[in-house]
Design a protein around this ligand. Sequence first.
Ligand SMILES: [Fe+2]
Length: 357
Amino acid sequence: MRDTKYMAIPPGAILPGSLPRFKIYVLAPDGRYILWARSGNEVGRDRLAMLAEMGQKEVFIDLDEEIKYEKYLESNLGTILENQAMPDDQKAEVFSRVSTNVVKDTFETSLGLGTMQPESLRRTQALVNHSLMFIAESNSLKPLAKMIGHDYKTYEHATKVLWFTVAFLRRNPDVLTQIVPDIEAYHEVQVKELLKQCGVGAMLHDIGKVFVAPEILNKNGPLDAVEWEIIKRHPLTSFAMLADTETPVFVKKAILQHHEDYNGEGYPMGLKGKNINVLARVLRIVDVFDAMTSRRPYKEAFSPMEAARIMVGTPNGDAASTDDPGRDARDLGMKKCFDEKLLKKFIVFLGKVSSEM
Ligand SMILES: [Fe+2]
């Protein structure tokens, strides 16, 4: 049996020539953990190659050095995700871990200080920047597909909304040109910059929820009128928290409008149709899709195709405009919440994701 003092990590996360500030172990055939690299020592390319030759699919760190390991991953994320030799599922694991930590820290710091800290925004931007090419490209669809159906967790939700949004937009340059009309859809630098901005918006769309009590957010049952009013404030709070930052206006608007429904019955302003920012319409779809395909204490996760069917609208479908769409929309069509054209494109995209499952 494995020693619970140690945690397995992918060898590909260790960069040749770097100086990890944590100890690394290998597991010997007799079950002993043997120190392989001391903290602060350079790990050479030849030693890493030897590990690969030995067929070591994982190495180990002390569990109490996990935070140091996570800092290392965050500082080196771009280089790790560019490593051609590292399998995509291991890259996905590294990306998810760093992303979840950045979201968690951002939420917790914002709660403590009541505002969005420049350092939190910088970390979020860096995370999106360094992971952009990995999460936008086709080889990451398989690990993305594997994340569908997990338990719903706020921090992981933000990561998945980021991932789905960037992956979807990358494959739909015409939507990018709707978001920012003067962009050249095939100009790589412009596209990358725009995807980055959209990704930051996707990560932070629910940041205002830090001011909603967990008892309301995680309530196992219908919300009363007062609780609803509190929930419905969060897009405005998210918007206000980013107001003084250099976040582009279209991203701020998308965050403010991510619960607006296409038929005008959403919140906070009841905007309708094309008056709703395009990125907000995308986020509305992705947000609902992830909520419905995540497992909750009170419901099983829908499969992607079931979720798509409900979102497109069942025959008697009525919209359920809710913050947790998975809660009330179980048997309801949600068609009128969404921009139908965008939803169709998203479902085509889901077909590609699902073929990887
Ligand atoms: Fe929200």
